[in-house]
Design a protein around this ligand. Structure first.
Ligand code: AMP
Length: 272
């Protein structure tokens, strides 16, 4: 596996691959890789000629009071994980944005609720960095986890609206052995917080199983079960538009964010 830290070299490499007609796959990450990230690499590996994983803690998507400076980092462990998953090139840019970068990609509508409402500027940061990653790597296909369900919807909208020629593949949410959704941020949790955090997925699964109950009753059930310091939201939404639904008519999703101290944990499950 090759490791590149220069964005210029990455651009030159991907152009050369393209000229050779190779199919390029991209797994964008912020590092501190776990089995969730690795599952994305494993899913994409058989679909492409060259598999690129990017590792970049994107400052644009963090708010001023968020955890950018203390986001967990383990570049050596990450390189080992990528190698084990058959990644061809690990791209860890030292400098990713050119000087005087002045472009912002903003997806409207689908960003107005949930994470978009609580983290102003977050999805603009995500869409902007991902758009540049698509340009830099010339990816034919890129994979994103359903763990960040709204992010996946936002990026699909961006690709469709701008007719980007990259294909977006979703990767199923991967859980730890105790059921907690895997996240790089789980390392922030104390033992006591982590124990209470298990009520998040337990509530989602109970809501999923309560097939005879209305949406309102399922939400009440979920709220009773969740033990967190602050419930940012618990919502039943249309699986495509992410608008809240009052009755189940088509594919839907339950989205939840609970806070444990300063740590926000996201989870979701499908309904129906
Ligand atoms: P991050 O490093 O948190 O930016 O995540 C990089 C990619 O991994 C995103 O597409 C996430 O949705 C995905 N991801 C993170 N955690 C999980 C998980 N538990 N299961 C599946 N995908 C995940």
């Amino acid at each position: 596996m090759e490791i590149l830290q220069s964005t210029e070299e990455m651009i030159a490499r991907s152009r050369a691959w393209k000229a050779e007609g190779r199919r390029i796959g991209l797994v964008p990450t912020m590092g501190y890789l776990h089995r969730g990230h690795r599952s994305l690499m494993a899913l994409l590996r058989p679909q492409v000629d060259v598999l690129v994983t990017s590792l970049y803690v994107n400052p644009l998507q963090f708010g001023p009071k968020e955890d950018f400076s203390r986001y967990p980092r383990d570049p050596e462990g990450d390189a080992r994980a990528c190698e084990a998953e058959g990644v061809d090139l690990l791209f860890m840019p030292m400098t990713f944005f050119p000087a005087n970068f002045r472009t912002q990609v903003a997806v409207s509508g689908i960003t107005s609720r949930w994470e978009g409402a609580l983290r102003p500027g977050h999805f603009e940061g995500v869409a902007t960095v991902v758009a540049r990653f698509f340009g830099v790597t010339q990816a034919d296909v890129a994979i994103f986890g359903e763990k960040d369900y709204q992010q996946l919807a936002v990026l699909r909208a961006m690709v469709r609206d701008l007719a980007m020629k990259v294909e977006i593949v979703p990767g199923p949410l991967v859980r730890d052995d105790d059921g907690l959704a895997l996240s790089s941020r789980n390392v922030y949790l104390t033992t006591e917080q982590r124990k209470r955090a298990l009520t998040l997925h337990q509530a989602l699964f109970a809501m999923q199983a309560a097939k005879e109950k209305s949406v309102e009753e399922r939400l009440a059930l979920g709220r009773r079960m969740i033990d967190c310091d602050q419930l940012d939201y618990l919502a039943v939404v249309d699986a495509d538009s992410l608008e809240p639904v009052e009755q189940l008519q088509g594919p839907a999703r339950v989205l939840v964010v609970g806070r444990y101290g300063a740590t926000r944990l996201l989870d979701n499950v499908e309904l129906q």
